[in-house]
Design a protein around this ligand. Structure first.
Ligand code: ZN
Length: 158
């Protein structure tokens, strides 16, 4: 893949970065083989899609999100439950509900289904809860941006 030339003409296009959930830009196209190259300014990833959207990483590697958050999130932080906790048919019945204000204290680990799990507190009660359903309160904080990217990645790239 490294030796393929990407000299076809292309229009500006963006994609959800398969590594970080940021916005990757189309930077090259090989017309003959129908290959598109994307580069992500956020994490530096470079990857190529073929016509069937099979991806090949050129630069960057899959992120261990639990480890990434342990290193990059400022803890604790105040957040809000950003997704309804019902299943679409039934009302929310659990103790943690949409719109609840929470304090995120710790990264617990990663679950196959729910992704990164964190320790949260609502008032004095503690729970373990998926970070994919929590947004940071302060929209200007670095935490907000990397969690927002994680939500986008979680919805698009798993
Ligand atoms: Zn990226």
């Amino acid at each position: 893949m490294q030796n393929i030339e990407f000299n076809g003409e292309f229009e500006e296009e963006t994609d959800v970065c398969i590594i970080c959930g940021g916005e990757a830009n189309l930077t090259g196209w090989n017309e003959e083989k129908d290959l598109s190259r994307f580069e992500c300014p956020d994490c530096g990833a470079i990857y190529i899609y073929d016509s069937k959207y099979n991806e090949t990483m050129i630069k960057g590697e899959k992120r261990d999100w639990a480890e990434y958050f342990s290193e990059n999130l400022t803890l604790p932080f105040n957040g809000i439950v950003s997704e309804p906790q019902g299943d679409g048919l039934f009302e929310e019945t659990g103790p943690v509900r949409y719109g609840d204000k929470v304090t995120v204290n710790k990264i617990v680990g990663e679950d196959d289904l729910y992704g990164v799990i964190v320790d949260i507190k609502i008032g004095k009660k503690g729970y373990q809860f998926p970070l994919c359903d929590i947004a940071a309160d302060d929209v200007k904080s670095p935490n907000y941006k990397i969690i927002d990217n994680y939500h986008i990645w979680f919805a698009n790239c798993r």
